[in-house]
Design a protein. Structure first.
Length: 359
């Protein structure tokens, strides 16, 4: 398997999967991208894979031409929108042209939500080439015994405040514009004016942290909004929340939303991307219009003031995630697509190679 390092290298070694590092920066870089392309081309020639599975369009820019040269079929998984309105430096027309230019090199697409599938279709991709396979997690790891009140999560002193607060509201994600953390901070000010015993906990890091901290300070929320940075014990963090909020402006299918649901935490989520496909409005959480801090605050207050409703929603959320968003389901459906792509490619070539590897 050839892949950028995404934190799973040790896990791959444990199951004896070959792992190769590719130096592929997130931003466009002619020199570094060219080096990664030739590295990948040589690797594909060496490994002769039956299928190449690419995650994300930055990786696809390198992998698709390399796969074409090798004659290997390619599956591309799309996790996020190609362009973020108001955030992307390049115009949306660029991404449309890029998607159309690369499409002939792609045998099949996987999107992690139906919303992303509709996005690809709007860019001119044939719906017959696209399958939705939802992100999956192992739900049981989020259902362990709850930490004792006043205990510590991840060894961080700040998190001791969670059980000391009347209500603990939290979120987890990268601190980037598309995640809408500023919307949550603004909503926090409104919630705290109604329910002053509420504290907000933001877990994650990113380039927006300084501006978000400044915003919290401007709104006199220094004691009410706690920035935790990166945390290791996600399950303990989630299980000690009364409510999970995801205020993203743009979202493919949030893993943290699945994790919160599996932990039995009701959620308030923006009606953005694939989030309504996870949250059953009024049953496992509430869905609100994206970008509206007032409506977000209203939804948060309504749930915090209804403990029986929150409990019922949390239990429904856990059942819903366990039924529809498991790692087992994700792997099974992906394997079915692997088989279909490989069989189609072999049929088209009129040959049946010996089993190779997956890149």
């Amino acid at each position: 398997m050839a892949s950028p390092v995404i934190g799973g290298e040790e896990r791959l070694k444990n199951v004896e999967v070959a792992f190769y590092r590719l130096s592929l920066p997130g931003e466009l870089s002619l020199l570094k991208d060219s080096a990664a392309f030739w590295h990948l081309t040589r690797l594909i020639k060496k490994e002769t894979p039956d299928i190449i599975h690419v995650h994300g369009y930055k990786a696809a820019l390198n992998a698709l031409p390399a796969a074409y040269l090798a004659g290997s079929p390619v599956l591309v998984t799309v996790h996020n929108y190609l362009a973020y309105p108001g955030v992307s430096r390049l115009p949306s027309g660029f991404f449309r042209r890029m998607a159309k230019a690369l499409d002939p090199l792609v045998n099949r697409y996987i999107t992690v939500s139906d919303a992303l599938k509709r996005e690809l279709v709007s860019l001119g991709i044939s719906p017959g080439k696209i399958s939705t396979v939802y992100n999956g997690i192992e739900p049981l790891q989020y259902r362990k015994k709850e930490m004792a009140p006043g205990g510590r999560v991840d060894g961080k002193e700040e998190l001791k405040k969670m059980r000391g607060s009347r209500f603990a509201v939290g979120t987890l994600g990268r601190l980037v514009p598309q995640k809408g953390m500023d919307i949550l901070v603004k909503a926090a000010a409104q919630v705290c004016s109604v329910l002053p015993g509420t504290s907000f906990f933001i877990a994650g890091e990113g380039p927006e942290r300084e501006s978000l901290e400044s915003l919290a300070s401007e709104l006199n929320l220094n004691e009410k909004v706690v920035f935790l940075g990166k945390i290791q014990d996600t399950s303990s963090f989630l299980r000690n929340l009364d409510l999970f909020v995801l205020s993203s402006r743009s979202e493919g299918l949030s893993i943290s939303l699945l994790e919160a649901g599996a932990a039995g935490v009701p959620v308030v989520a923006a009606d953005s991307g694939g989030m309504p496909e996870v949250v059953r409005d009024g049953k496992t959480g509430l869905v609100v219009p994206p970008g509206d801090s007032s409506l977000l605050a209203e939804a948060v207050c309504s749930l915090l003031q209804a403990p029986a409703w929150r409990k019922e929603m949390g239990e429904s959320a856990a059942s819903h995630i366990c039924a529809h968003f498991t790692e087992e389901n994700m792997v099974r459906k992906t394997e079915e697509i692997y088989e279909a792509v490989i069989n189609s490619a072999n049929s088209g070539r009129g040959i049946n190679n010996n089993a190779g590897s997956s890149v």
